[in-house]
Design a binder for this molecule. Structure first.
Ligand code: ADP
Length: 555
């Protein structure tokens, strides 16, 4: 009992260890995946912020460049210069001139030249009428941050060779900082408009309104392609509408917004967004956990499989050990019983020399029977050992099976009759000639009849029949005893296996007969199998090939 439990406990410990390792591995994988996701998200945010800063810088540069040019305009003919500038520069949508006292000189609100001028006047009515303050002149705090400045310097450096236009006609972008003026983000009907203005010495104010579409067309060129095919970048206006996108956003499958960052103060409330069409918008980290999980599962399964194999081996070893112990006990008992009776009868003959002839003959016959039983047992053991080692040799000779079966069966008649059993012989042909080892077949037949006598004497009838079936001949030994339970029908052919019941325990034997018989027949190209009898009883069927086959050699 203790021996059975030890491998079980070892296996439970192994299971516990494997589960712990598996659990810890999954936990660590989850942690690792979460950290990877965090890092990937952080990297995406930094990249997006960099792109947003580039857009912010581009807008600021455009604005400052325009502001620089605006600062160079002056009287006389300021209005004409403004109008000409508007016509020549697509970035300018409208120009204006305003005098103190909340008076818009150009465009004339009472006589606008076009609907565009009319809209412009309406749009900025509250500003020009003095209800809304103008943007204050630029202060130090409005100046770009260090990072912003560094980025601008890098951009400037990239443009190493100044073009003729940039060096001659355009004033330096910094000139705006010295003039009185400013820029004004203006929200009208949920849309952003940008206004740039300057103040003359006499207090008049003039300026331009930026053309947002033209500004956007500049931004389009600087928005980089997305890092992955299933990702896209999008510039969102203050209403959250996509004004420009880089990368594919499938209209049929709306892309998931991964994150957004504000563009900056040059485009207030505008945002740069990252979109993903992938099933897993967080990134392609799921396979990491999947592959890791599969590896862990494989590891746990391997450990459990190895453990189960060890347990199976241990149990097998235990069963073999038990069988061998049982075998030694059985064999000792088998040897002891005939030896005891031989010794007893010999002593009786020695001690009583005057014993009658008839009793002397009976004693001698018993001694002979017991000696033959001993021989059979020893032969069985020798066969077993030879078969185990693959050393069993066969002598093939033409044999008349009909004759052999009849001879062996009738030789057992006296024994059967003594126990009140009758023999029924049913052999369908007169002569069945096959090349086989007649001793081996006889041994098998004797063993089956012996078993019928030992385990099925209560059935009173033993039937031996023979018939040809195709290229085989079958010899069946049937009895009407208790039969063999379904679960044991194959096991009885295993070495040392005996059915654990009262009937078997009262009979001598060591569980070798059937396993040896089956092996002998298989070596001769045949087989031995069991079928339950009609109602009660057992049938053992010997099959042999009609045409000779060389005996099989087992390793
Ligand atoms: P042994 O007879 O030495 O025990 P066998 O290999 O000949 O060994 O038989 C194995 C077991 O099969 C027997 O112990 C017995 O329990 C069972 N057995 C064999 N033949 C019969 C039969 N005709 N009827 C019932 N049980 C049988």
């Amino acid at each position: 009992m203790k021996l059975v439990r030890t491998p079980m406990i070892a296996w439970i410990l192994l299971l516990f260890a494997a589960m712990t390792i598996g659990g810890m591995a999954i936990f660590l994988l989850q942690q690792q995946q979460a950290s990877l996701l965090r890092m990937a998200g952080e990297a995406r945010r930094v990249k997006l912020e960099t792109e947003a800063a580039t857009i912010n810088l581009t807008v600021t540069e455009t604005r400052e460049s325009l502001a620089g040019e605006l600062a160079t305009l002056s009287d006389p003919g300021l209005l004409n210069k403004l109008e000409n500038w508007r016509l020549s520069n697509p970035l300018i949508r409208n120009v204006f001139l305003w005098a103190p006292g909340s008076k818009l000189i150009f465009p004339n609100p009472s006589q606008p030249a076009s609907s565009e001028e009319q809209d412009f006047c309406n749009r900025y009515a509250s500003l020009f009428s003095g209800q809304h303050p103008w943007a204050l002149p630029r202060k130090e705090s409005d100046l770009p941050s260090d990072q912003f400045q560094a980025r601008r310097e890098l951009t400037q450096l990239a443009k190493t060779v100044p073009t003729a236009e940039s060096s001659s006609s355009r004033p330096p972008a910094t000139s705006i900082t010295t003039a009185a003026g400013g820029w004004l983000p203006w929200f009208w009907e949920d849309s952003l408009h940008l206004l740039l203005w300057m103040q003359t010495a006499d207090g008049r104010r003039f300026g331009i309104e930026l053309e947002m579409a033209a500004l956007l067309s500049r931004l389009v060129t600087i928005l980089p392609p997305p890092a992955h095919d299933d990702q896209s970048l999008a510039l969102l206006d203050d209403r959250g509408n996509i004004v420009h996108q880089s990368g594919r956003i499938d209209p049929s499958e709306p892309a998931a917004q991964v994150m957004t960052v504000p563009v900056g103060d040059s485009l207030p409330h505008w945002q740069l967004g990252l979109y993903s069409n992938a099933a897993d918008p967080q990134g392609k980290t799921t396979p990491y956990l999947l592959v890791g999980g599969l590896l862990t599962l494989t590891l746990v399964c391997t450990i459990l499989l190895g453990g189960s194999l060890l347990l199976w081996q241990a149990r097998q070893g235990l069963r073999d050990a038990r069988r061998k112990t049982g075998f030694v006990a059985n064999v000792s008992h088998e040897l002891k019983t005939p030896l005891t009776s031989i010794r007893m009868y010999v002593e009786m003959l020695e001690e009583s020399p005057q014993i009658g002839e008839e009793r002397r003959m009976r004693y001698l016959k018993t001694i002979g029977d017991e000696a033959r039983r001993l021989t059979r047992l020893v032969n069985n053991l020798l066969d077993f050992s030879r078969l185990e080692q693959g050393r069993k040799s066969y002598r093939l000779a033409q044999t008349d099976l009909h004759q052999l079966v009849e001879r062996v069966a009738t030789s057992q008649l006296p024994r059967l009759q003594t126990l009140g059993l009758s023999l029924q012989l049913n052999l369908d042909r007169d002569e069945v000639l096959i090349d086989t080892d007649s001793d081996a077949v006889e041994q098998v037949l004797l063993n089956l009849i012996d078993n019928a006598i030992k385990y099925a004497a209560e059935g009173k009838i033993v039937k031996v029949s023979m018939q040809s079936k195709g290229d085989q001949v079958e010899i069946t030994v049937s009895d009407q005893g208790p039969g063999i339970p379904a679960a044991q029908r194959e096991k009885v052919f295993e070495m040392f296996h005996r059915i654990d019941n009262a009937l078997t325990s009262h009979q001598q034997g060591c569980g070798l007969g059937l396993s040896i018989a089956r092996q002998l027949l298989r070596d001769l190209g045949g087989n031995l199998r069991y079928t339950p009898g009609q109602g009660l009883g057992s049938s053992f069927i010997i099959s042999l090939p009609l045409t000779a086959q060389p005996p099989e050699r087992r390793p």
